[in-house]
Design a protein around this ligand. Structure first.
Ligand code: ZN
Length: 288
């Protein structure tokens, strides 16, 4: 008797040979799924957006990063956000191609009349109109020029120290990102190392100077940062530049001992690590 006998009456004959359990087959490993190419193309994160210039009132289009299209994977010690495949920082300066008014997106908006006049007199008067087409992406070189213009505009319209410092910081971030992007052994790399790389330190130095001044004369937020984050950043810049180490140690100590909710455990940990680095640098500097 087979287990299935008796089912013929139900029309289910011919099952005598059916196997209840399948023979164990050699287990086939599922083929690894082919990884989809997840490299994001810079064009994919961009869109053309229309802006109205706060100085000459003309309308212009430029490339901006689509909201929610990119998320940083992390950040380095000087708070530079690190992205995979693309660099949205390149697109953060809004520049009017007609009159030369440029500002970081966070500072772009209506301007007071005297500030408009300062820009008209000191920038627009000499500015040569730029091409108005957006193109599909921005080169690092063009983006670097835009950052320089943003800094110049901020200086001309007497922007806050925190604003000028933040532009310098972001310019240094851009240079770092550019450094990662230039190919080894290329002509471009040689040119980059000769002409651009040395400027990273200069921008960081100016960022540090500006943020120290901002801390003394402005109220938070400083370019969107609370006091504790700025303390940490000042400490990090001191370490990076091996400058103002005593001041750096002091502001990091403030984060570590602060009871403010802005001094998070993570920020305190990072500040402790930097404080160790400052002490090591101080020792080394003495030995030299
Ligand atoms: Zn304009």
């Amino acid at each position: 008797m087979g287990l299935m006998d008796g089912l013929e009456a139900l029309g289910l004959g011919g099952l005598g040979k059916i196997k209840i359990f399948e023979e164990e087959k050699e287990e086939k490993k599922p083929e690894p799924e082919k990884k989809a190419d997840k490299t994001i193309q810079e064009e994919d994160i961009l869109l053309e957006k229309q802006f109205e210039c706060s100085v000459c009132d003309r309308k212009f289009k430029q490339l901006t990063v689509r909201p929610n299209k990119v998320r940083p994977l992390g950040q380095d010690s000087i708070l530079r956000p690190i992205y995979k495949d693309v660099e949205p920082i390149k697109y953060d300066v809004i520049l009017c191609p007609f009159c030369g008014y440029a500002a970081l997106s966070r500072y772009h908006g209506p301007l007071a009349k005297p500030h408009r006049q300062l820009i008209k007199d000191n920038i627009s008067a000499n500015f040569r109109q730029m091409p108005t087409e957006c193109g599909s992406t921005l080169s690092y070189e063009d983006s670097f020029t835009r950052y320089k213009l943003a800094l110049l505009n901020s200086v001309v319209r007497q922007g806050k120290n925190s604003e000028k410092a933040f532009i310098c910081l972001k310019t240094a971030w851009l240079i770092r990102s550019w450094k990662d992007a230039v190919r080894e052994d290329s002509l471009e790399k040689k040119k980059f190392e000769r002409d651009v790389a040395p400027q990273e330190r200069e921008y960081l130095h100016n960022a540090l100077e500006g943020f120290i001044k901002a801390m003394a004369n402005e109220q938070p937020p400083y370019a969107g940062m609370n006091e504790m984050t700025l303390n940490y950043l000042i400490g990090a810049l001191c370490v990076e530049l091996n400058e103002n180490l005593t001041d750096g140690a002091r502001v990091l100590q403030e984060v570590i001992t602060s009871t403010s909710t802005n001094a998070t455990d993570r920020l305190k940990d990072k500040s402790r690590d930097l404080l160790i680095e400052i002490r090591n640098l101080m020792k080394k500097n003495k030995e030299q």
